[in-house]
Write a protein that binds this ligand. Structure first.
Ligand code: EPU
Length: 336
């Protein structure tokens, strides 16, 4: 079924809980209806965006266009052998329900990604990651509609342009696609990724799938605000990646600077640390603030506007740039 609504509030559809409105809201349950929307001339002339649970968006204004949302559900095994299972997941499935299902079936690979807000489609667009695992590590292929040719295509993981919080699906202007299903390759053989932070310590000597899921959920609860209680969009900025030479200079000046190895000999620096050093952790300005337990998270105490959040982000960016010479880039997507 195709649901079309006009002039509705998006307050419950973005995790900052900004009370913006959209001119149109369209929700589809199957590919036929998605095809109808994409071929519609009015749709083609209008401004449009596709959202999941709105957990990575900052609306700066009311949206004068069409907000699309997928309700394509379903999880099915499409192939399996002794070692692996390929699970085909509808783009509208709630991500944490996918993780809970995989864990309940004894399938390994996504337990570290427990409790990340959002849906399957958006997870594959932005290559969600946590505790040493990224979605791309388990993506077999992505099924998507090409908005220019109206054809459905299946992209093997290598063709998805995956990088740190990056994919080809993040550039809707150059390469517009709408994801309909994601095929995940999960393992039936136990294997864990426990090297990040205190994860190994928390799960103990004999890790189990359920144990890892519970530990990840507990760590997240301690560090990250629940968007149902305090509006936020998780990490507001990406962790910056700098060259080895720049890192050596920074380390001489700031020996306590934490870091992780990144691709091609580069170094990733936790943005939360940089922001904390600039004195922003726990800082509140009116209705917006920096979360007291994790400086990478900006929060809406209730009545903030998108502009106020963006302004605080801008002053953080300037402070980090001036002190460390490092440019922070938002992970959150700005919608104008
Ligand atoms: N840190 C501070 N002060 C802070 C926060 C962090 O000094 O206020 C330093 C500490 O050294 C800490 C390190 O930063 O050990 C890393 O912090 P944390 O483990 O909380 O992770 P993060 O780098 O801040 C990233 C992801 C998170 C993900 C966690 C765990 C990005 C942008 N963020 O955060 O993802 O949950 O690692 O893997 O890569 C998200 O994308 O929305 C998100 C929450």
């Amino acid at each position: 079924m195709l649901k079309i609504q006009q002039n509705i509030s998006l307050a419950q559809r973005n995790t900052f809980h900004l009370p913006v409105k959209t001119r149109w809201f369209m929700e589809y349950e199957n590919e036929e209806d998605l095809g109808k929307i994409l071929r519609d001339e009015y749709f083609q002339e209008c401004l449009s965006i596709h959202i999941g649970q709105g957990s990575n968006l900052l609306f700066l204004n009311d949206y004068n266009g069409i907000v699309l949302h997928s309700r394509i559900g379903g999880m099915e095994i499409t192939s399996e052998d002794e070692e692996t299972v390929i699970l085909r997941v509808g783009a509208g499935c709630v991500w944490d329900e996918v993780v809970a299902y995989a864990v309940s079936q004894g399938w390994y690979g996504i337990e570290n990604l427990s409790a990340i807000p959002g849906e399957m489609g958006a997870a594959a667009v932005q290559n969600i990651g946590a505790y040493g695992v990224e979605l791309k590590d388990v993506v077999e292929s992505v099924e998507a509609y090409n908005q220019l040719t109206f054809e459905k295509q299946i992209y093997p993981a290598e063709a998805c342009g995956y990088g740190y919080r990056e994919s080809r699906f993040k550039n809707p202007h150059e390469d517009p696609h709408i994801i309909t299903q994601v095929n995940l390759r999960l393992s039936k053989r136990p294997h864990f990724t426990l090297e990040y932070g205190q994860l190994r310590e928390r799960v103990g000597e004999k890790p189990t799938l359920e144990g890892v899921r519970e530990a990840v959920i507990a760590i997240r609860r301690e560090k990250l605000p629940d968007p149902a209680v305090l509006g936020n969009a998780g990490s507001y900025f990406k962790n910056p990646v700098v060259g080895a030479e720049q890192f050596r200079r920074l380390q001489t000046q700031y020996p306590a600077m934490p870091s992780y190895p990144a691709e091609e000999g580069k170094v990733k620096i936790p943005a939360g640390w940089l922001i904390e050093q600039c004195g922003y952790k726990g800082k509140r300005e009116g209705e917006v603030g920096v979360y007291e337990k994790q400086a990478l998270v900006l929060v809406n105490y209730g009545g903030a506007t998108g502009d106020e959040i963006a302004l605080l982000a801008e002053s953080i960016r300037t402070a980090v740039q001036e002190r460390f010479g490092i440019e922070l880039m938002p992970e959150v997507k700005y919608i104008v």
